[in-house]
Design a protein around this ligand. Sequence first.
Ligand code: SAM
Length: 231
Amino acid sequence: MEQRLRSGLTALGLSPEGIPSLLRYGDLLVETNKVMNLTAITDPEEIASLHFLDSAALLTLEDFRGKSVIDVGTGAGFPGLPLRILEPTIRLTLLDSLGKRIQFLETVCQDLGLADVACVHGRAEEFAAEHREAFDLVTSRAVANLQTLSELCLPLTRVGGRFLAMKAVDSDGELASAQRAIALLGGRVAAVRDYAIPGTEVCHRLISIEKFKKTPEKYPRTFAKIKKNPL
Ligand code: SAM
């Protein structure tokens, strides 16, 4: 794993300083995954590529320095925690609706000495009530389709900030179906960029949505309503 991380971070033009923390995080992930469902990816080389380097690639596409960031539906911490390890000036909140995953992340943060990372057990649509438009950047990977995800994430994004959705390269149709929701929620697509995970054949996409005006107060609705009547 170490060699793959080293060459991958070099290819991305990122500092190798975070490697010891990523290795320890990887060990904790593999060990804990034996007793708790955290990830379907269990091979350390694949964890390095498909979790750590996939997350790290975002640092080459957006400026995260000094920003407040919330990772919605973070699961075992992706992409949020590798971003914070590699860019220590990020003020990070990790949010997930599954308490066990948040407990795991608390253990990892304690182990790595990341006392300033907030690990929050909650649903994005409820968390928005008290943290409305509070974050410079909102990240999310593999949580919901973009139409639904926009209602979870854009209310948390401050005006002038960005919602960064990690998607597959064949997400053109998904993006087209979400355009109305994005506009209603005060967003507009600023960039759609495909990137390669170094050392692999895998290509992913980052959809950057700029928040240019406030989200109407009636959003987000309850999850039942979001599901029943997507915007
Ligand atoms: N982002 C991680 C990744 O890419 O490895 C985890 C992806 S996992 C497939 C989806 C995660 O989103 C789950 O851990 C689930 O509990 C969480 N989730 C789903 N809906 C959510 C919501 N409304 N608010 C917060 N978390 C949510």
